[in-house]
Design a binder for this molecule. Structure first.
Ligand code: FEO
Length: 400
């Protein structure tokens, strides 16, 4: 979309779609791309809210000029300093040298360290207000959602809340920019993958932020990524509330993830999955950690109540992808999952024993005894896998 799109009285979307970048933050796959949403308010004063990634600068400046012509921009409000949103601050400042940059003390620390000195800084405190003509903007600090400087900006006139990354999602905006113009089924999984991998560590801070803005009368949520929420606010708010409490979306969901060099640990995963199916549960997914990117695995663990992990031993430790997955899970602090472990070893062990240590460290409930087969699973190992499946299925059913 090469033009600004009107959202509501004097407020426009100035976002850009990124279908070129392979990895968000150079680590998270962008199979469906991502949008960088910037906004502009044209009141007596003209106010930009956040910018976009520097790779989109030309398109972004064109949209601005196309909309406001030769008028000056009075303010740039920075809700978040991560470069996917701050990447055009320098260009905007050069184009509009009299612009005043609005942020908090932490914003300005990052601003200086990323891009150097800027004149005309307007430092705001939590809940400060800025009148720009017919409306007043109010600033709500939401630290660690997901950087220290993050804040939200509320337009009292239209009851629109500019939320920064909060309520964002992976996935480009392919024509529709509002939640009622797009297929939400497309965004559901990508929103969880975005939340769980980018913001997931900061559940408690997200809870604080939700409580902080819950007293506001909010008609529109305008995030820096993905659709603008004007119809299904409860859809996105309830999901962020659930995920930030680490509550699984699918209480009957079970995910089995394994690391297997030659297919022996995989055989055990398949036996466990079959056993769960025989117990009558259908919401089961099995993943090979060598093939499926970590971000999708974390996404599935946020979705499911039951998590069964398997690893072969590799040089007296866990198999690398499983080691990375479990390290990331502890770092993220995912809570309250039902757990079981399985795997194989040839000479050293280290796969299953480290999975058991992981379970202890993350404090998940272990629902069945782990099984570790030597080289390849024999009949008694498979019988133990079947028992893992039964124990997990029964525990899941008991909680429904
Ligand atoms: Fe979309 Fe935290 O940047």
């Amino acid at each position: 979309m090469n033009c600004a799109v009107k959202i509501i009285d004097e407020i426009y979307w100035l976002g850009t779609n990124d279908r070129e970048t392979h990895l968000f933050e150079n680590v998270w796959p962008l199979e469906n791309g991502v949008s960088y949403n910037s906004y502009i308010i044209i009141d007596e004063k003209i106010v930009l809210v956040d910018t976009v990634k520097d790779t989109k600068m030309e398109e972004y400046l064109f949209k601005i000029k196309n909309l406001i012509g030769d008028r000056e921009i009075d303010y740039l409000v920075i809700n978040h300093m991560e470069p996917d949103h701050s990447g055009c601050i320098t260009a905007i400042s050069k184009e509009y040298p009299n612009i005043k940059i609005v942020g908090n003390s932490k914003t300005f620390d990052f601003l200086k360290e990323f891009y150097g000195e800027f004149p005309n800084l307007v430092e705001v405190k939590d809940l400060d207000e800025l009148n720009i003509g017919s409306r007043t903007l109010q600033f709500y600090f939401t630290p660690m959602v997901h950087w220290p400087e993050t804040m939200m900006t509320y337009d009292k006139k239209t009851k629109l809340l500019f939320t920064g990354d909060a309520f964002g999602t992976f996935g480009t905006l392919d024509g529709g920019i509002f939640d009622d113009e797009v297929n939400l089924d497309f965004y559901e999984s990508e929103m969880r993958r975005y939340y769980s991998n980018i913001v997931g560590k900061f559940g408690m801070m997200v809870q604080r932020a939700i409580k902080k803005v819950s007293s506001l009368d909010i008609k529109i949520l305008a995030s820096t990524h993905g659709p603008i929420w004007r119809t299904n606010l409860n859809y996105v708010l309830s999901r962020y509330d659930m995920w930030s409490k680490y509550e699984p979306e699918d209480k009957d969901g079970i995910v089995i993830i394994y690391g297997s060099m030659y297919g022996n640990t995989k055989k055990m995963a398949d036996a466990i999955a079959r056993s769960i199916a025989e117990e009558g549960l259908k919401n089961v997914k099995v993943y090979d950690s060598s093939k499926t990117h970590l971000s999708y695995l974390i996404n599935e663990i946020f979705r499911c109540k039951g998590v069964i992990l398997g690893s072969c031993a590799y040089n007296a430790a866990m198999y690398h992808p499983m080691e990375i997955l479990t390290t990331k899970l502890i770092h993220t602090g995912v809570k309250d999952r039902l757990f079981a472990a399985f795997g194989t070893y040839a000479w050293s062990g280290g796969g299953v024993s480290n999975l058991n240590k992981f379970a202890e460290a993350i404090k998940w409930e272990v629902v069945s005894e782990s099984v570790e087969a030597k080289c390849s699973p024999k009949a008694d190992d498979i019988a133990k896998c079947v028992q893992i499946g039964k124990d997990m299925a029964n525990k899941i059913k008991a909680g429904l």
